[in-house]
Design a protein around this ligand. Structure first.
Ligand code: FAD
Length: 466
């Protein structure tokens, strides 16, 4: 970077890190889940990391980087999976981890700085009997700003839907990347300009989120003789309007036994499992429902487990969502995964059919969610990886059967999402980041407006040649 010395002089007094090892570490996220991204992005590195503690410092960094034409990639905790927080053009990683105060809790609402960790937000909300509606399984490490900019949903989505559904984010404060950065307050439909935009069109400094009633959720593992039974039970449970659950995840054998090492003692190798979080007051009704359904073995429930049994067990949400894959990768580093939507109303049949078709090459893992008012499921099947060609083939097998894949082996917004331009996000980028300095290479519509999403081509950001 040509103007590094001049930039550093402009940023004097701020926390600047240029130790190559630390800069490299802060330039990485969980991109290595994907063998494809590992090949493409392993060398990606920023020039410096600047850690800010206030919105005024964010503005100072953006003003200086704009003046020197230096790219800026914002970072929360760096738990994203697709190289989202990786600076493809180098430049500055803007670290918001120290901007982490919970500012205000009131009835139904919390306001926090963007770098606040989600479990810390809940710690602040719990004395009032409240908690966040939904959180990723990285609840104990990820920031609320990173979730809003890079996440999609998670634990709680069975009741509240996805993160970008109306009402699940209330207000965002955003700083623009201009000669004189502006502070914008976004609400209503304007939230879609920056939510899930990977920080390509603004830096979120403050987040206002809705809260709901908090419970000491009971972790439950139920066992089944087949994945089809686990999936059908999960679907029936999701449709029980009177039962309050926060998490419903059927996972095919032998994943639970082989990869949930701390829970292994409760699970047979041939058992598929449904991982659940149930409200304590709903446990009796849940047990009655499970015994009427039939074929359900309660393997573990945290409310009845002895202290000895509970010793060292992670919470159930850290067996679900992308923690399922992580636990697999810790045992077998050659694994990878996909992200699939099984559309309503034949979601269960589709998921079971694909599980049976692909067998042990793609052990199934479903996450039940409320999607436009209907219960359906996403899947994060584990893939026993053999080659990039076969991975593409497995993706096609899903899409040919009407199950869209949100490809986690691509680093761009569009390819990991709906495979089309998001006109709202693009228009806001033109306004808020006219030089295209924020997280370059992640929005194809900006980098290459003529890119043909219907072609089989994968987009390659020219800046990566660096
Ligand atoms: P980062 O990884 O630091 O950033 C994510 C993206 O947002 C990047 O593009 C970054 O540039 C941008 N960004 C960060 N902060 C800001 C800001 N203040 N302003 C503008 N842009 C910003 N995701 C889910 O949705 N649901 C899950 O259940 C889930 N489970 C996961 C489990 C595991 C084990 C792993 C590794 C990942 C999982 N993820 C999940 C992905 C990820 O953890 C979440 O999206 C998380 O919320 C990201 O937060 P973060 O602070 O780590 O963000």
């Amino acid at each position: 970077m040509n103007d590094l010395a001049a930039l550093k002089a402009d940023l004097e007094g701020l926390a600047i890190e240029d130790n190559p090892q630390i800069v490299r570490q802060k330039s990485r996220d969980f991109f290595w889940y994907s063998p494809v991204l590992k090949r493409q992005l392993d060398e990606v590195c920023a020039d410096i990391v600047v850690t800010v503690t206030s919105e005024a410092e964010v503005i100072r960094v953006l003003r200086a980087c704009y003046a020197h034409d230096v790219p800026v990639t914002t970072r929360g905790a760096g738990t994203g999976n697709y190289g989202q927080a990786m600076p493809l053009s180098g430049g500055v990683v803007l670290n918001l981890a120290d901007m982490n105060k919970v500012l205000e809790v009131s009835t139904g609402v919390v306001r926090a700085e963007a770098g606040a960790i989600m479990s810390t937000i809940d710690d602040a909300a719990r004395p009032s009997g409240q908690e966040l509606r939904l959180h990723p399984s990285t609840y104990r490490t990820a920031t609320i700003g990173g979730f809003v900019a890079g996440g999609s949903g998670g634990v709680g989505s069975i009741n509240w839907g996805g993160l970008r559904d109306f009402g699940n984010i209330l207000r965002l404060r955003v700083v623009t990347m201009e000669a004189e950065p502006r502070i914008l307050e976004l609400s209503g439909a304007d939230l879609h300009k920056v939510s899930h935009a990977y920080g390509t069109n603004g830096v979120i400094t403050e987040v206002t989120m809705p809260l709901t009633a908090a419970y000491d959720w009971v972790d439950v593992l139920t066992g089944f003789d087949s994945f089809a039974e686990a999936a059908r039970f999960a679907d029936a449970l999701a449709n029980q309007d009177g039962l309050l659950l926060k998490e419903i995840a059927p996972i095919a054998a032998p994943v639970p036994h082989d990869y949930f090492l701390r829970h292994q003692k409760f699970i047979r190798r041939d058992q598929s499992v449904c991982a659940l979080m149930v409200a304590p007051f709903a446990m009796d009704a849940f047990s009655a429902f499970a015994s009427r359904f039939g074929g359900v073995e309660i393997l573990y429930r945290s409310d009845l487990a002895s202290d000895e049994d509970k010793q060292g067990l992670p919470p159930v949400y850290e067996l679900a969502w992308n923690h399922t894959t992580l636990r697999g990768l810790r045992v077998d580093p050659t694994l990878t995964y996909l992200q699939v939507l099984y559309p309503f109303p034949d979601h269960v049949e589709k998921a079971v059919h694909l599980a049976e078709l692909l067998g042990d090459e793609a052990p199934a893992h479903l996450e039940f969610v409320r999607f436009d008012g209907r219960n359906t499921c996403f899947g994060l099947p584990i893939i026993r990886y053999s080659s990039e060609d076969r991975l593409e083939e497995i993706i096609r097998i899903h899409e040919d059967r009407g199950c869209p894949v949100f490809n986690p082996h691509c680093y761009t917004l569009e390819e990991g999402g709906m495979k089309q331009t998001d006109a709202v996000q693009l228009a806001f980028k033109k306004e808020a980041d006219p030089k295209g300095l924020l997280n370059p290479g992640k929005m194809i519509a900006w980098e290459n407006p003529d890119f043909d999403f219907s072609s089989d081509q994968t987009y390659l950001f020219p800046g990566l040649a660096r």
